[in-house]
Design a protein around this ligand. Structure first.
Ligand code: CP
Length: 309
């Protein structure tokens, strides 16, 4: 493959290869071992048209830990503000010899547009409400690491499903690897007709989705995609859907709590559960580095150059 645009198009085998490669690279991501100069001579650019802390920092570190030359472009400081189009920007980077472009953009489909017009590899770091494949991969890695396998595991995804690219990528990835997915959110943020076609169950009552699940994944309310009036209000959302200790106790005794971050304490989940022993939120961030290292390695033809395992 030249690009990683989403998990919808990946096979079960491709997903497993990425997760296995990330497992092998975790000791480098956690700095037990220092650099692995597999990507010496490879250049990559992080091009983010939306804010990011975790994704951008971890892609930059992933590239650096593997010996690639990495550059960050901030959209507000790029020639996009002078009217340059996305495709022209991509062609400019291609002319500079950039091998991999990591892009986050507010428009769904923007990464596909770029990938279709340049020879550089494109990695989707989140495109509008469409997909956020590296986030779902790190979520899947965290679940697999903690619970051995995804097959037969029950995962509840709670929150702003309508605007969540994290939920979409997780639905594709988790179901392909045999997990059962239950979605819950208010009627304004979860259209049952749309999502039940994707081999998941939908619940407007959050307690119904949480019962006996292995994993609870709370999502951030995407205020920036909802316009000026939030329905429900944040206070109503917290009361009806916020993950509290009581709601979390409906899941299995050893259930894991995930959240892609950034978290809004007191809205999607209480500070108490975010900091509880069930929380794997920090582990997700660490695994994000391993997943991004794995993708840079695989998209650069790492397998042909010798296995890292
Ligand atoms: N989860 C996630 O994408 O976080 P950032 O927006 O900080 O990259």
């Amino acid at each position: 493959r030249k690009d990683l645009l989403g998990l919808k198009d990946l096979s079960k085998e491709e997903l497993e290869l990425i997760l296995d490669t990330a497992d092998s690279l975790k000791e480098f991501a956690t700095r037990k071992y220092k650099k692995l100069p597999t990507l010496k001579g490879v250049s990559m650019i992080n091009m983010f048209y939306e804010p990011s802390t975790r994704t951008r920092a971890s892609f930059e570190l992933a590239g650096k830990y593997l010996g690639a030359d990495t550059v960050n472009i901030n959209s507000s400081a790029s020639s996009v503000v002078k009217g340059e189009s996305l495709v022209d920007t991509g062609k400019t980077l291609e002319a500079l010899g950039v091998n991999i472009v990591v892009m986050r953009h507010p428009m769904a489909g923007s990464c596909k547009l770029l990938a279709d017009n340049v020879t550089s590899s494109i990695i989707n770091a989140g495109d509008g409400t469409h997909e956020h494949p590296t986030q779902a991969l790190l979520d899947m890695m965290t679940i697999r690491e903690q619970l051995t396998s995804l097959k037969g595991k029950k995962v509840a995804i709670v929150g702003d499903i309508a605007h969540s690219r994290v939920a979409k990528s997780n639905i594709w990835g988790l179901t392909k690897l045999g997990a059962e997915v239950a979605l819950s959110g208010p009627p304004t943020l979860l259209d049952h007709n749309k999502f039940t076609k994707l081999n998941v169950t939908c619940h407007h009552k959050v307690e119904d989705a949480l019962k006996d699940v292995d994993v609870v994944m709370a999502l951030r309310i995407q205020k920036e995609r909802q316009g000026t009036t939030l329905i429900p209000s944040l206070r109503e959302y917290a009361r009806l859907y916020g993950i509290t200790k009581e709601r979390l106790s409906l899941a299995k005794k050893d259930a894991l709590l995930l959240h892609p971050g950034p978290i809004n304490r007191g809205i999607e989940l209480t500070g108490e559960v975010a900091d509880s022993l069930k929380s794997r939120i920090n582990e997700q961030v660490t695994n994000g580095l391993a997943i991004r290292m794995a993708l840079l390695y695989l998209l650069s033809g790492g397998e042909q150059n010798g296995n890292i395992a």
